[in-house]
Ligand binder design. Structure first.
Ligand code: TYD
Length: 216
């Protein structure tokens, strides 16, 4: 990591897990500390990405999206976002916080829809040019609890049913196993408690980065 490159932090988890609340809290915390930070979410964040978001999360059941088409659209949105927004922001030294990234495609289109994980990994690599976050916070929550928390009418993904969400949840669990850069947060804890854990992990990360700098 070069001294001037910003940090890339991702929040992952099921719909209703509380990702956007934690992302908002982290953004506010960083800005209070005087750091330049940018908050994004997938799909979306570019002109094409926003159009793709409407297709992917709209309520138009008549589209009849095939699972592979769905994957390709999420990847197209990610490709635009990484090249046009995330990489330039990191290069300017900004911290980038994203609600969702490559793990979402593996969990939802892989474990949820049943597409091959190798294919998704390949597309993730191509779409991102191999850009990996420094930390991914995975907010782990039972699908029943997450779905019950949703306040708005279900979007196209949220209409996929409880069994789908159970597969996605199991997918996150498997994907996180043995991955030190994926931090599990217990989605049943209060938002304040989760925010404290996020802040502590970030302090640890910057201590490590500063240590590396001092050694080099
Ligand atoms: P959104 O309303 O942003 O949900 P949340 O606030 O929970 O992030 O919708 C994003 C939806 O898109 C969510 O259902 C997960 C799904 N998704 C995928 O299936 N694959 C992906 O690669 C991404 C980025 C999102």
């Amino acid at each position: 990591m070069s001294a001037s490159r910003g940090l890339f932090i991702v929040f992952e988890g099921l719909d209703g897990a509380g990702k956007s609340t934690q992302a908002d809290l982290l953004l506010a915390e960083l800005r209070r500390a005087g750091q330049a930070a940018l908050l994004l979410r997938e799909p979306g964040g570019t002109p094409l990405g926003d159009r793709l978001r409407e297709i992917l999360l709209g309520r138009d059941g008549a589209l009849g999206l095939e699972p592979l088409s769905e994957l390709l659209l999420y990847e197209a949105s990610r490709c635009q976002l990484v090249r046009q927004v995330i990489r330039p922001a990191l290069a300017r030294g900004q911290t980038v916080i994203s609600g969702r990234y490559v793990l979402s495609s593996l969990a939802y289109q892989g474990y949820g829809r049943g597409l091959a994980l190798e294919l998704i990994e390949r597309l993730n690599r191509e779409a991102t040019g191999g850009l990996e976050p420094e930390l991914t916070f995975w907010i782990d929550l039972a699908p029943e609890v997450g779905l019950a928390r949703l306040r708005t009418a279900p979007d196209r993904m949220e209409r996929s049913g409880l069994d789908f969400y159970r597969r996605v949840a199991a997918g996150y669990r498997e994907l996180a196993q043995g991955q030190a850069q994926i931090i599990r947060l217990d989605g049943e804890r209060s938002q304040n408690e989760l925010a404290r854990q996020v802040a502590a992990q970030l302090r640890r990360l910057s201590r490590r980065a500063n240590g590396d700098k001092a050694r080099s």
